[in-house]
Structures are given as C-alpha cells and as structure tokens.
Write a protein of this length. Structure first.
Lengths: 365, 267
C-alpha cells in the first residue's frame, strides 16, 4: 500500500502540472490569437502627398504625411479614419453599420464585408436666364475588387478606389519604393488644407461610368459631351480615363456665362483635367486649376472679352486677371489674360487660398 | 506507450502555442524596448553592416530625399554634392526621386567614403522629445476618454439611430435604404430617402459623442550624429525615430540630410 502511494503521487503531480500548463498556455494563446488574427498582415506605408510638378510619370511627393496601411495578400488596405484625416474628410459610422466618408459635400458609403460603395452628392444650379433653381443628384454605386474588412479591430477599405472617391487626383502603388501614394490637393503634412467648395467626383471606379456622357450636371451642360470629365485616355493609367472632379461653383459659372452671352449655346473645350491630360498639354500649368476642378476653357475672343468686362478684370499674378466686380453675372473670380488665353476664355473659381486671395496655398516645387 | 503519446501531443501543443505568438511579434512594427533597439543599431553601425541595419528596421519612413524639412522647398541638386564635401554620388536627382530607399543605403556609403571608416565610430546621439500630430484616436466627448473603434461604432450607431427616429424614420425604413444601397438596388425614392438620412448625418456629425481626435504622439527622436568635420555636421545626420502611438511603441527610421537654404546643393 505504501509503495503504491509512492508511485502514484508523482504521476498525479506531473499530470496536474501538465494540465495546468496546458490550460495556461491555451488561455494565453487564446488572447494572443485575438491580436494575431488582426495583426497577421504586414504594414505598408501609405503616403499622402500634395501635388507637384508634371515632369515625371507621377508628381513628386511634397507636403506629405504617412500612415500605416495593411498589405492583405498584396492588396493595400487602410483604416477609414487614416484615409479621412490627411484629406480633411469626415468619417462617421451609422446604421448597418455603414461607414461614411464625407468630403466637400460628397458622401461615400461603404459596408462591412462588401465590395459595394456608394457616392452621393446633391446640389443646385441657378439658371439666370429664367431665374430657376434646379436640384441635381449625382449618385453612383461602385464595385471595388476587394471587400471592406476589419483589421486590428479597425474597419479598413481597399485604398485605391476609396482614395479616388474622395477626390484624389491619383492613388497608386509605387512599386519601386514599395509604398502606396495618394495625391490630393488638400494634403498639407499633418494639417489638411481647408476647402469649402462642393465637388462632384467620379471615375472608372463607379459602375457603368462610361455610359454617363450625357448626364446633365447643369441645365445646359452634360458630363461627357460637354467635356467636363477628362476625356483623355492615359493608356498606361486606365483608371483615370474619364475621371472628373468639378466644383459646383464652376458649373454655376458655366451656366452664368451662357446667360451672359445671351443664352448662346456653347461647348466647353475642357473643364476637369486628369494629371496625365494636363501633363500631355505643352502649355499647361503645373498647378493648373483644371486639375483642381475649378476651371473651364471655352469659346473665343468674344466670350473671353465679354467676361473680362463682366468681372471688371485687372492684372493679377502669374498672367491671371482677377475680378473686381462682386456682382458680376458670371462670378468667375479669375480669367487668364489675353496674352495667355489668346483666343479663348479660361475662367476659374475661388482660386488661391481656397476662398479668398489673402494668402497663397502651399505650392509644391 | 499511451503516456508517451499523450506527452507527444502535449509537446506538439506546446510548440504550436509558442510558435503563434512568436510569429506575431515578428510581423508587427513594434518594439517594447526602444533603447535596446538603438543599442543594436549602434552595434551594427560599429560593425559596418549598414545594409543589415537598414533592413533590420521594422518600418521605413517613406522618405523623400528631395523634400526635406528646413529646405527651401526646391529640389536638391545632387550634381553639386561635391561642393558640400560628398565626393560620391550614386544617383542623379531624377533617379533619386524614384529610388529614395536606395539613396538611404548609399548615403551610409557616401558618409563612410567621404569621412572615413571612423565616421561611424564616433557616434553621439541625443534624445529629443517628438510631438508631431500623426495620428487620430476615437474619444467619447462626454467623458473625454479614448475609446476603441468598436465602442465608437456602437456609440455612433446608437446616436444616429435616435436621430433618424427623431426625424420620423423607422428602423425598417433605414434598413431598407442601407440594404438597397449595399445590394445596388436603390430606387429613386430610396435614393431620396438616403439623401435625407445623409443630410441628417452631415448636419449632426459634430454632436456625435464618438469623435475622431488628432493625437500628439508621445515619443522621442533619437538623433545620431557621426564623426563628421564640424563644418559638415549641419548637413548630415542619421536618425531613428521611436514613437509611442496608440498605446504601443512604433519604430521608424530614416536618414536626414539638412541643407540650409542658399547653401550649395540647394538650387
């Protein structure tokens, strides 16, 4: 009896110890796997940059800030909040849950585990010829190739299309430096530039986008047939064919110009320009307001000179003439001087410090 | 025999249990002991393993070598590098734009080549407070306390649900819009309802108790200076930036080359 007890006790102790050890290890593992499941994707830098020269295939990086993205099997994801902050966008979560990124009047909706996005903006345009205000709806669903997912406890989205929906000029993977770059006019290191304009933003990331050439954006102007989108096909960058970002104020001034010209119909030669379209034009400015969605080219010398008279234009900076008439019909804030716009009108809205001329916005080199 | 099998199973479980957390720590860009990392960095520098040091760093700051703080904002002309004492340039300005990581690695070689092997042996470093606003966190503005994204989501949804109800929308009506938008089956009427809901969200966003707030990082920059001639000390310095973000240490590192405005090399 005594011998048996001697043999059994150590075995029981070993078994108990092992059992406790296993329980402890499983317990620890349970906790660690919780963090592992969300942390198992390597981080990848996502650079947010303002927009610089037009000499390279992409602009040089400037006034930049960096956030960590996740590399999910080669696809780059970003936390919604990290995408919103450097661009000055608002991020909210509402029923569903639905993740909402709102910037410059346009709301973009995303859904958990879904590849669907939805972009929506409402605005009004006044037709001065009959004094009628018309409400417009710009609503598009989009399909991303990869769904929204939760990483590290944060809702994350496939960065490329999400960045484009927020009005980025370019959002692309830099394969040389292994980082993702988002070029956006509002990026300014850690303090995004303010911009109170309302922009309609769209492009190939939205469903059936190409079929919207005749979509009315204003009483007399259509998205594609009036060259508001950038109808230039940069074959090496197909996502930017027919990209658009246009301020509601520009659409309003386009209508106002038609009214000023006694309702004579006209087709703008160019409104928004993608980076590559602007780059393809030999005389274009590297900080062109066309790329910001705040300029339009149209007409000939008659329209140009009539508008110059309407706004009481006086010489300004860099070859622009600026308005001295706050009650002008067209409300263009600036036009190019005849020495630059030799036989056309180039009008732009609220340039320089976004809404006034008190100081220049940062200009990248 | 049975006991041996049990032990084998326990052993396998032990190995698996340990292996998973090990993998985690290797994939995360975090360190628990920044001073230890600095020490390792210096040790590798002493051994001349610059490439190894650079590769060892957990996360690179994507560094634009042509856009440095303190610079005038103009592009740096590396063809003039000789004038500031650098006698080996491995990239043209155009190449440097696209190969900034390569430039980082080459930079170590440039310093070594220019100032001799001892340049890396006389390392001094300072620890500076670094308070850049680099991140955002969720806070509950009623308590001022930081909350998790999950808590923020819960608070936010509850807040907007009440607002929707107060504005005459039933839960079913809200769900109908959400599901239709998600399934890309929105009708004109539902689109208009979505617009109204969106307006409610936009108009009340600032009143939502869950708010994103920018945070000031708590951390330090370890700035390393090398045995460079006094006249060139202002031009070159390596740095390791170690920051405490979102409750954890994150290591960033890079190289900095300060070019005072108007000096040669700054076009």
């Amino acid at each position: 009896m005594k011998n048996i007890t001697k043999e059994v006790r150590p075995l029981q102790v070993v078994k108990m110890t092992l059992s406790i050890l296993i329980i402890v290890i499983f317990g620890l593992n349970l906790f660690s796997t919780q963090s592992v499941s969300s942390a198992s994707y390597p981080t990848t830098p996502i650079v947010f940059s303002n927009i610089s020269d037009k000499s390279g295939d992409y602009p040089a990086v400037c006034y930049s800030t960096t956030k960590n993205g996740y590399n999910v099997n080669g696809h780059i994801y970003v936390k919604f909040q990290d995408l919103a902050t450097p661009l000055g966008a608002a991020y909210t979560v509402v029923s569903g849950p639905t993740y909402v990124l709102t910037i410059n009047g346009q709301s973009n909706y995303f859904y958990p585990s879904s590849t669907t996005s939805y972009s929506q903006i409402y605005y009004t345009i006044l037709d001065k010829s009959n004094n009628q205000t018309t409400p417009y709806s710009f609503s598009f669903s989009g399909t991303m190739p990869y769904p929204v997912m939760t990483i590290d406890g944060y809702p994350c989205v496939w960065v490329q299309y999400a960045a484009c929906t927020l009005g980025s000029l370019i959002a692309t993977w830099d394969s040389i430096n292994n980082k993702f770059i988002i070029y956006h006019w509002r990026v300014n290191v850690n303090t995004p530039l303010s911009d109170s304009n309302t922009y309609l933003v769209g492009g190939e990331w939205l469903s059936n986008w190409d079929s919207n050439s005749t979509l009315n954006l204003a009483p007399h102007f259509k998205l594609g047939s009036d060259n508001i989108w950038s109808n230039y096909n940069p074959s090496s960058h197909p996502d930017y064919y027919r990209q658009v970002k246009i301020a509601q104020t520009v659409l309003q001034s386009m209508e106002n110009t038609r009214s000023l010209m006694e309702n004579t119909p006209y087709t703008p030669s160019c409104a928004f320009r993608s980076y590559w379209y602007n780059k393809s034009l030999s005389g274009s400015w590297i900080w062109s307001w066309h790329m910001k969605g705040r300029a339009m080219d149209a007409g000939g010398t008659t329209m140009r000179d009539t508008v110059i008279g309407d706004i009481g234009a006086v010489a300004g900076y860099d070859g622009f003439l600026y308005s001295t008439n706050p009650s002008s019909v067209t409300q263009w804030d600036e036009v190019e001087s005849p020495s630059l716009a030799t036989n056309w009108l180039h009008g732009q809205r609220a340039p320089r410090n976004q809404d006034n001329r008190s100081g220049p916005v940062p200009h990248c080199p | 025999m049975r006991n041996r099998k049990v032990l084998l199973v326990i052993f396998a479980v032990l190995i698996l249990s340990l292996a998973i957390p090990i993998k985690t720590t290797q994939t995360r860009g975090e360190v628990n002991n920044p001073d230890k990392l600095v020490e390792e960095f210096l040790k590798s520098m002493d051994n001349g393993n610059y490439a190894e040091v650079l590769d060892k760093m957990v996360l690179w700051v994507p560094f634009d070598p042509l856009n440095r703080v303190g610079n005038s904002g103009k592009l740096m002309d590396l063809s003039k590098a000789e004038e500031i004492g650098i006698d080996k340039v491995s990239a043209t300005p155009e190449e440097a734009k696209n190969f900034n990581i390569q430039l980082l690695k080459d930079e170590a070689e440039i310093i070594k080549h220019t100032f001799g092997e001892d340049a890396f042996k006389n390392v001094t470093f300072t620890k500076e407070r670094n308070d850049g606003v680099l991140d955002t966190v969720w806070v509950d503005i009623r308590t001022g306390k930081q909350i998790t994204p999950q808590e923020a989501e819960k608070i936010s949804i509850a807040f907007y649900d009440k607002l929707f109800r107060d504005n005459g929308f039933t839960e079913d009506e809200v769900n109908e819009v959400t599901n239709a938008a998600k399934n890309q089956t929105l009708t004109k009427a539902l689109e208009e309802r979505m617009q109204k809901l969106g307006q409610i969200v936009n108009e009340n966003a600032s009143r939502c108790p869950a708010q994103l707030k920018p945070i000031t990082t708590e951390g330090y920059t370890y700035r390393l200076s090398f045995g460079l001639p006094e006249s060139n000390k202002d031009y070159h310095s390596f740095f390791i930036r170690i920051e405490y973000r979102n409750g954890r240490w994150v290591t960033l590192c890079g190289i900095e080359m300060n070019l005072p405005e108007g000096e040669p090399g700054d076009i």
